[in-house]
Design a protein around this ligand. Structure first.
Ligand code: 6R9
Length: 651
């Protein structure tokens, strides 16, 4: 990990008077919430549960244990449907004409405003159509969509009929899509003809067709028209969305769901090669999404809120779709990229739609920072009042640039730490009630109990550094790994007994502020995308000329981490530039463009212990060009391989 991320930064940016005056979570209210959530979690979360709609209100609130056979139940006798909180309720309470989704196309001349009433109608028609196809409660439906309104409609329609959605990022390859469909036993796939990003098209339907060759469980494919590109339609299996919707019943009764019924699966990388299906249930997730969206972003009715993530990631689920819609917000959905048509696109969109709250990733901030202030200053940005960051540690330099140049020192910055597994934000300042320190996610939200432990699981006190764990449950927590509860317990609750292990390391300072230092496992974070090094390794060794591969993260100016690969070829194969290019493309094709290697080094041998374990610590150091601290190499089977790797490091 980049050393500048560790830079201790003592600057404290106080609570801005202006921000404090406008925020409704005052210092006192925050303290009261923290106290109440700690002392009386049942009382506190029982009350917060009222922020969403229930068919039957829960009487049991918290029933959780991180010990032995981990049990996590929230609101367990409550009955609800997530789509009702996001749609019906707003219609009943007179918000039907408010814009729910403000869509901005990749092409700057394209946009669309969808009111809560229109969204409700679109969701109901798709939900009815899916029911007609025989899809219902508990069925898994994979969604492989571009960033268009229909992506949110598809998610909500699944929620409405009780189907479990599994959104797969539109940038993933056919193989990655297929393995996620297979793992979930999906019965249906919702996709589009094509997606568009940065002026280029993404052949989603063609990718899906290829993936489906290996997915016999999928009986129905629903295809949205987006670019109007010609696609193959497989008779009996494939349906045009518009045709289904035209003939569908406009009334679609919401499926009554128990609070602990599954709501969605989202695949995420871990230390092994196989992505995990993180499973979230209905009640706790919705309460957490709504609560955190309101208090962290200080959301006020009527405001325009923009999260630049993709719905293929958890940030898109919780902070583009469910959190904002549960709160009756206007959520901006952007199809494009920050650099198209030029590097001022974000700020042009902020002015065009008068965005008040803006939430993006450090990698985007660093990329824009490199282009200087001019593209930012071309636009006014005077509607902005709050800025957020998510996805990876934000280095103080980027934080300060975001705060000073983008926000003109007027907007608090919320650096929000969380994970796919946590469902929503766990550590973040609440604007106006927590003084900011550039580079720190600051303090836990009410009801969140982080701690630091050493490698033996001993709790560390005071200002220190260690493994970040959470010692008690919060409503938005994942409940299991889909189809593999043993793996859930193994991954998250066995490293440190009785605690949820995040996989992250962190430092805690004298004020109790948390500074996340990055992953302590074999997961790397490339431009905010989480990736298991084992996934890239297995893609590489699948190539016929590759004997062995080891992949590590390396510091990268813009992306935070880049992908550094050590590759050993089969006997008789010769390294060449052509093979290098071929391997890069191979990984892109196997996983997707986000996994493209930044560096490939030919390694005649890899540093291994006598028992055959690859010493990744050494490989990380070489990739980072930290050649002085290679440590003890005497336990290696063949110490000479290290000299060769050092002499031939690339970049
Ligand atoms: C929401 C999301 C989770 C991992 C997490 C950590 C890193 C996310 C961060 C952050 C430092 C922040 N991470 N937010 N690190 N500061 N504000 O990104 O989920 O894709 O599952 O990634 O991302 O390493 O463990 P996910």
């Amino acid at each position: 990990m980049d050393t500048h991320l560790h830079a201790h930064h003592d600057e404290v940016i106080g609570i801005k008077a202006d921000a404090a005056a406008r925020t409704h979570v005052s210092v006192e209210r925050r303290q009261a919430m923290v106290r109440e959530a700690a002392v009386d979690p049942n009382g506190f979360w029982g009350k917060e549960a009222n922020r969403i709609s229930w068919m039957v209100k829960p009487s049991k609130i918290k029933n959780t244990s991180f010990h032995d056979d981990v049990q996590i139940k929230w609101f367990e006798d409550g009955i609800l449907n997530a789509s009702v909180s996001c749609l019906d309720r707003h219609l009943e309470e007179g918000r039907g004409d408010r814009v729910a989704i403000l869509w901005e196309g990749d092409d700057p001349s394209m946009d669309e405003r969808v009111t809560y009433r229109e969204l409700y109608n679109r969701v109901c028609r798709l939900g009815s159509a899916m029911r007609r196809l025989g899809i219902g409660k508990g069925d898994v439906v994979t969604i492989y969509m571009p960033m268009i309104v229909d992506a949110a409609v598809a998610m909500l329609a699944c929620a409405r009929i009780g189907a479990i959605h599994s959104v797969v990022f539109g940038g993933f390859s056919p193989d990655s899509l297929a393995s996620r469909i297979q793992d979930g036993n999906s019965v249906a796939l919702i996709t589009a003809d094509e997606g568009r990003r940065g002026g280029r098209s993404v052949p989603l339907k063609a990718n899906a067709d290829q993936a489906l060759l290996e997915c016999p469980t999928v009986k129905h494919v629903i295809v949205a028209r987006n670019t109007d590109a010609p696609v193959n339609m497989h008779p009996g299996r494939d349906h045009w969305w518009a045709t289904l919707a035209r003939h569908a019943d406009p009334v679609c009764q919401p499926e009554p769901m128990n609070a602990e019924d599954p709501m969605f699966i989202l695949y995420t990388s871990g230390s092994t090669g196989k992505p995990k299906g993180v499973l979230h249930t209905t009640g706790g997730y919705m309460v957490w999404a709504s609560f955190t969206h309101e208090v962290v972003f200080d959301y006020r009715p009527g405001e325009i809120y923009w999260c630049t993530a993709d719905v293929g990631w958890v940030t898109g689920h919780t902070y583009i779709v469910y959190g904002p819609l549960a709160n009756g917000a206007t959520t901006l959905m952007f199809e494009g990229v920050p650099s198209y048509p030029d590097n001022s696109r974000f700020w042009q969109v902020v002015d065009k739609h008068q965005v008040n709250i803006f939430y993006t990733a450090p990698t985007a901030i660093r990329a824009l920072m490199r282009e200087g202030e001019k593209p930012v200053k071309r636009w006014r940005r005077d509607s902005l009042r709050l800025l957020g960051s998510v996805g990876e540690p934000i280095n103080p330099e980027a934080w300060l640039w975001y705060y000073r140049v983008v926000g003109e020192e007027r907007c608090p910055v919320v650096d929000t730490w969380w994970q796919t597994e946590t469902g929503g934000i766990l550590i973040s300042p609440l604007p106006g009630s927590v003084a900011q320190k550039p580079g720190s996610a600051t303090l836990p939200l009410p009801g969140v109990k982080p701690a630091l432990v050493d490698n033996d699981g001993k709790l560390l006190e005071g200002a220190t550094e260690g493994n970040l764990v959470i010692t008690d449950s919060w409503p938005g927590q994942m409940r299991t790994v889909f189809g593999d509860h043993e793996r859930f317990i193994q991954t998250y609750f066995s490293t440190f007994k009785g605690m949820y292990f995040t996989g992250d390391g962190a430092r805690r300072d004298e004020d109790g502020y948390y500074w996340i230092t990055g992953r302590v496992d074999d997961v790397i974070n490339v431009a905010g995308h989480r990736m298991g090094t084992a996934e890239v390794e297995s893609a590489l060794v699948a190539h016929p000329k590759v004997a062995e591969a080891a992949v590590v993260g390396m510091p990268h100016e813009i992306k935070g981490q880049g992908i550094y690969c050590y590759v050993t070829l089969n006997a008789g194969e010769e390294p060449s530039d052509a093979l290098l290019a071929e391997l890069r493309n191979w990984v892109r094709r196997e996983i997707g463009p986000i996994a493209t290697p930044d560096a490939i080094q030919w390694a005649p041998g890899l540093p291994k212990t006598r028992s055959g374990k690859i010493m990744r610590r050494i490989l990380r150091k070489i990739a980072a060009n930290e050649l002085d601290g290679l440590g003890d190499t005497s336990t290696l089977a063949d110490p000479a391989v290290v000299d060769d790797l050092v002499a031939n490091r690339v970049m």
